[in-house]
Design a protein around this ligand. Structure first.
Ligand code: COA
Length: 146
């Protein structure tokens, strides 16, 4: 059974960085300040997945990085983490959930499609990626929160 808990302690933060390095070995390490809230998925006393979210403007909730370690993949954890964060976004007063994926992230895109997300064209105001070099290589996703 998987239990999701917010990252609160220094030990949680160490696990978060460890999971991030496992899931994104070639990407830049996550920055704690990139999310308002980070969460860990625990299988017993072992963390197996993580995700974060923050506000973007007044009414958008932005899913930042999420990852599932190899041995826990294939059971829909990414989809569960979308639902979890949508609830937190709604509670924080946002009305729309947004995110982006690489164009080759098939599993992520399928998780988003199953969760009801649609693709949109990024504009200067709504592009979520800071580095302009990546603006046109990302796929942007959004969903009105029910
Ligand atoms: C991407 C990632 C988060 C997916 O985690 P997960 O919860 O194990 O995902 P699942 O295996 O349950 O798959 C989610 C969906 O994608 C589909 N899928 C899985 N692998 C796929 C693949 N190689 N090609 C196409 N679809 C795939 C699944 O069938 C499922 O769709 P469904 O709900 O319609 O059946 C995980 O693989 C990961 O952390 N990878 C490394 C880091 C990363 O790429 N993060 C995302 C950055 S955008």
């Amino acid at each position: 059974m998987i239990e999701f808990r917010p990252v609160t302690s220094p030990e949680d933060r160490r696990w978060l960085r460890w999971l991030d390095a496992e899931c994104f070995p070639t990407d830049h390490p996550l920055r704690l300040e990139d999310a308002l809230e980070w969460m860990l998925a625990w299988q017993g006393d072992e963390p197996v997945a993580f995700c974060g979210w923050r506000k973007h403007g007044l009414s958008w909730g932005f899913h930042v990085r999420a990852g599932v370690i190899a041995k826990a993949q294939g059971q829909g954890l990414q989809g569960e983490m979308l639902t979890l964060r949508e609830r937190a976004m709604k509670a924080a007063g946002t009305h729309v959930a947004v995110t982006y994926t690489e164009a080759y992230s098939a599993a992520s895109m399928n998780s988003l499609i199953r969760a009801g997300y649609r693709v949109f064209e990024g504009t200067p105001d709504t592009r979520l990626v800071i580095n302009p070099a990546y603006w046109n290589t990302m796929v942007y996703w959004r969903k009105a929160l029910p």
